[in-house]
Ligand binder design. Structure first.
Ligand code: ADP
Ligand code: ZN
Length: 733
């Protein structure tokens, strides 16, 4: 008989970040199972927790009893309990943080999910005079003419949710439960048929099907240029997986979860797709979760956090655009969906299919040198060709006395677009906010002698600083390379580009999309539609416009400054630059009119710019992987970044030094860099200092690092400093 239970307390606190033992009172013994939510005593009050396992014995004496079972249905599956331990070890998070990330709050709170209800006008509505309440009247009129509608539909028709609430209170509307049997009402959507695969698609599909038949964990990278038809390969692979009686999980970047995309999947797999997107209400999320858990959904489509969807019998996990940084969560648990997906694929003996036109170095390395399967698709299924890319040397422009932020070529092309009444995109990389010091005559950028990242200017101290190792240097007055005197702090924002364009072409109609102008989803979609409907001929924007935008009349894409991405003080800068340029290039030549790309740069011969211009991933990879090998960066090593931040500069450094001193003996064979100021040294009056551990196979030092973290938390120093640990961070700014 198992008389004891190991329970994780549902409090986000380091003090309770280890499982506690409780006695199971006799009356609960045949009811309690792992994964259940329970009430337990803690100190002199009651709290809630989750049962991780049942125990026959315990060495802990004077145990207290579990008070009650909060929910007879286990919140966690056995798989999730294992995953929780793995997440907390791999990503140095509290177990409860892992649990919270894995299970939606609405589901944890046992909100018994209701079937979506349809609203209908109650009989009394017809007798009530609503002439003095036009909003309510309109809602009732809609309901009377439609019979019944899902609440959400009604809101989409312009009825405010406050109006609906008022109507509910007045008893003028009521909810009815229509026949709503499946996960979504996707049966109503027309089914779409599989396409006949083209040669490369068929070849890829064959290998994926074989892997599905082997019942062994297998990681496959599908490297296919844009429009090579990857989505069709995913869909047919999913169908093959379902035929084997297994389920499938598909992850896409949040931005790609458009209604068209959703329809596409629901149309192909009617009645079995559960879509997890950020627009779901908490109750809807809980409902989906319930249906996934009960086995009703065979296919789950969602963004990053959908990687935790409680599917059983997974046969296939697809990660589309696997190189996207949005797959990494930037708060605890700082997990990467690709790694979680691989954990689950191993657990289920499933296939993990990673797809991209610009694979991450990690994945391509895995596929070429670590035994994963590489599938390549180099031909487009559509007749449209990849656009020609012209690289403009901005140093040359300057030498010939053209000092504008736009080159003569870009202006000429832009004027051509206006004459022909077509559309253009101007792209500015906002990630360049860190800034760097550049010689405008030769393009030289001041770099760290030992880390090969650009030095960041700290204006307040008039110093340039390496945020990896702490190396500092004064700002040069002349260029160390060519002796020129036009050394500048470089940054070009969207606002500046907009102003310059307006000066040059006062009559041009333009839209600017960046995080200042586009704070809401609605603004995003409004701008999108305005541009699509040709209300403007020029769209100026950041990353935001690099992905997914599909405008047939865009015949020109201008990259104002490719260098902002290239000179970020981050070893992944060339990789990001290549990905970004490839993505941006894909925004043109989508219609019959074709298109071209103009890339402005101070580094016209940089390999990532040249390779992107030639649409040549392999050449880029060959250069970049060699560099990573030489400098011992991922994928050859792991990084652990420990970041300290606080408003008291001295305390932040003290805390960082204290912990770094503890880490040094704990991590023996790895390199410790720092403590050094982070490249973004000061954010919102918080000083940021970091220590980076670099070495091969760092998961093995996890227990030692965890011990140091515990020591840090239990040593209650006077410094008010926040400390976070990030395993293999994607951005180290
Ligand atoms: P990728 O994901 O590789 O960028 P997509 O999956 O978006 O490419 O495919 C581009 C277009 O080609 C889509 O409109 C898709 O419907 C179409 N397509 C894909 N495969 C085929 C095929 N075998 N025959 C005809 N059209 C196809
Ligand atoms: Zn350095």
């Amino acid at each position: 008989m198992r008389e004891y239970a190991e329970v994780i307390i549902d409090l986000v606190s380091n003090a309770v970040d280890q499982p506690f033992h409780y006695r199971i009172p006799p009356e609960l013994r045949d009811k309690l199972t792992p994964g259940m939510k329970v009430k337990v005593p803690l100190g002199n009050r009651g709290t809630e927790g989750y049962v991780l396992r049942l125990l026959q014995e315990t060495t802990i004496s004077s145990l207290r009893d579990i008070i009650a079972i909060s929910d007879p249905e286990p919140v966690l599956t056995g798989e999730q309990i294992s995953l929780l331990h793995w997440l907390s070890n791999r990503y140095y998070c509290r177990k409860i943080d892992a649990l919270h990330a894995m299970v939606p709050v609405s589901f944890r709170q046992g909100k018994k999910p209701k079937e979506p209800q349809f609203l209908t006008a109650s009989p009394s509505a017809a007798e009530t005079d609503l002439n003095r309440a036009p909003a309510q009247k309109e809602a009732i009129d809609i309901l009377i003419s439609e019979g019944s509608l899902p609440r959400k539909k009604l809101e989409e028709l312009g009825v405010k949710s406050s109006t609906i609430r008022t109507l509910e209170k007045r008893g003028l509307v009521e909810y009815i439960s229509p026949v709503y049997s499946r996960v979504n009402n996707s049966e109503q959507k027309s089914a779409t048929m599989p396409q006949d695969l083209q040669t490369e698609q068929a070849g890829s599909f064959k290998r994926i099907s074989e892997a599905l038949g082997q019942n062994k964990p297998k990681r496959i990278l599908l490297h296919g240029i844009t429009a090579s038809g990857k989505t069709e390969v995913y869909m047919q692979s999913i169908a093959a997986c379902l035929e084997r009686g297994r389920t499938a999980l598909i992850l896409v970047p949040e931005i790609a979860l458009t209604p068209q995309m959703i329809e596409h999947f629901e149309g192909r797999f009617p009645g079995t797709v559960s879509v997890l997107h950020s627009r779901l209400t908490p109750a809807e999320k809980a409902l989906h979760w319930q249906k996934i858990k009960s086995g009703e959904a065979g296919v789950v489509l969602g963004a990053r956090s959908a990687v935790f969807a409680p599917l059983s019998q997974i046969g296939l996990i697809v990660i589309d655009e696997e190189h996207e940084t949005t797959y990494k969560q930037e708060e605890a648990p700082r997990y990467h969906a690709r790694d979680v997906a691989w954990w689950r694929a191993r657990h289920h003996r499933a296939v993990l299919l990673l797809g991209s036109a610009t694979p991450s170095l990690e994945s391509y390395y895995g596929a070429t040198e670590k035994g994963d399967l590489l599938l390549s698709m180099n031909a487009r299924v559509t007749p449209v060709q990849l656009p020609p890319v012209q690289v403009v040397d901005m140093r040359q422009e300057l030498r010939e006395n053209h000092r504008k932020i736009f080159s003569r070529l870009l202006l000429k092309e832009l004027e051509g677009v206006m004459e022909r009444d077509e559309q253009a995109l101007l792209f500015i990389n906002r990630r360049g906010f860190a800034g760097f010091v550049l010689c405008r005559e030769c393009g030289y950028v001041v770099r760290c002698p030992s880390c090969d990242v650009s030095l960041t200017l700290h204006l307040d101290r008039q110093l340039m600083c390496c945020h990896y190792c702490g190396h500092e240097a004064p700002v040069p007055q002349t260029c160390p390379d060519c002796g020129g005197i036009k050394i500048r702090y470089f940054s070009a924002g969207t606002q500046r580009v907009e102003d310059e364009i307006k000066k040059l072409y006062p009559k041009i109609s333009l839209i600017r999309m960046d995080s200042d102008t586009t704070t809401s989803r609605q603004a995003h979609s409004r701008f999108y539609h305005q541009f699509r409907e040709r209300k403007a001929s020029l769209l100026i924007g950041t990353q935001m416009i690099a992905k997914g935008f599909d405008f047939p009349d865009v015949t020109l894409v201008g990259v104002v400054a490719a260098d902002t991405a290239l000179n970020l003080p981050d070893f992944r800068a060339p990789e990001r630059t290549f990905q970004l340029l490839t993505q941006v290039s894909g925004r043109t030549a989508r219609g019959e009119r074709g298109g071209k790309v103009v890339v402005q740069t101070y580094h016209p011969s940089h390999y990532s710019i040249l390779a992107a211009a030639a649409h040549d991933y392999r050449t880029f990879y060959a250069e970049e992987i060699e560099k990573r090998r030489q400098l011992a960066y991922p994928p050859f090593t792991d990084l652990i970044r420990v970041l300290f931040s606080g408003s008291d500069e001295k305390a932040v450094f003290e805390a960082a030094s204290w912990m770094t001193a503890l880490l040094e003996p704990a991590v023996e064979s790895a390199d410790i860099m720092g403590p050094a100021p982070a490249s973004l040294y000061r954010i919102k009056d918080m000083f940021r200092v970091q220590t980076v551990i670099k070495g091969e196979g760092l998961t093995r030092i996890s227990p030692a690092v965890k011990k140091v973290i515990r020591a840090y938390h239990s040593y209650k120093p006077s410094w008010p400093v926040r400390m976070t640990v990030d395993f293999n961070p994607l951005v180290v700014l």
